[in-house]
Ligand binder design. Structure first.
Ligand code: BTN
Length: 254
């Protein structure tokens, strides 16, 4: 049986040894008409992009860096759901590889409280219609502590560090793409609800006391739920329920 079980995702691969960023390369390909499911993958990134203008550490030959071009039939307002779809697929693929992965809201995938994977979705859309989505995923597979710069050394990990053995990148990639396509298909057919249910099961954030930083302000409380659009619902000490659409979450007690 073939390694890759998908219909579309990753059946057409643009493979590179080095790129500034797979998201940027995929965005250009998509703007030039690349099809749903085409993937850009590289051995290293020289300007890997993280969320909120951060960089994604992308050393050569060790990890997984790819961007999938998606052309989903979704209204643009629902595109952010795709990031949670990807987080669920990532956590499941890491669990299949025997790691106790959990999701920190909205889409950091962690093992033992340390970040192992990140997701960056970028959208090209009109008010009524999505042209395409670039779903960029980075997974630390075989990076060792020496590969992380000092400022992230204490908060990052890799699958191989967690398992204590080398990880086969091709097998992991095929497993992840299989799960990703299954969840993307289910999301399009059934909607966000099953994704939300699974996300809650895999959440490291719910029921925790959290500090959320959004733009300039801070919010402290207990993370109670995510709503039907993926926003985090935080119960403050004063008893009110606050809805957080975007921000950085710090868990105050593990
Ligand atoms: C985050 O900040 O958590 C998101 C990190 C996303 C990194 C991936 S690596 C492949 C793709 N190309 C990029 O430049 N970024 C994403």
């Amino acid at each position: 049986t073939p390694l890759l079980s998908t219909h579309d995702l990753g059946q057409n691969i643009h493979f590179h040894d080095s790129l500034p960023s797979t998201n940027e390369a995929a965005f250009r390909l998509a703007a030039d008409g690349a099809e749903h499911g085409e993937v850009v993958i590289t051995e290293q990134q020289t300007a890997g992009k993280g969320r909120r203008g951060r960089t994604w550490v992308s050393p050569h030959g060790l990890n997984l860096y790819f961007s999938a071009i998606l052309r989903p039939e979704l209204p643009p307002q629902r595109a952010p759901e795709l990031t949670l779809v990807a987080a669920v697929a990532l956590a499941e693929a890491l669990r299949e590889a025997d790691a106790e992965a959990l999701i920190k809201w909205p889409n950091d995938v962690q093992i033992g409280g340390r970040k192992v994977a990140g997701i960056l979705t970028e959208l090209s859309a009109e008010p009524e219609r999505v042209h395409f989505v670039v779903l960029g995923i980075g997974v630390n597979l075989n990076a060792g502590p020496e590969h992380f710069p000092p400022e992230v050394a204490s908060t990052a990990t890799s699958l191989s560090q967690a398992l204590g053995r080398r990880v086969n990148r091709a097998l992991f990639t095929a497993s992840l793409w299989g799960r990703l396509e299954e969840w993307l298909d289910l999301h399009l057919e059934v909607g966000f609800e099953p994704v939300r249910e699974r996300w809650k099961e895999l959440s490291a954030t719910l029921r925790q006391e959290v500090l959320v930083r959004t733009g300039g302000s801070e919010l402290r409380g207990v993370a109670e739920d995510i709503d039907t659009s993926g926003a985090l619902l935080v119960r403050t000490a004063g008893g009110s329920l606050e809805r957080v659409l975007a921000g950085d979450v710090e868990q105050l007690r593990p």
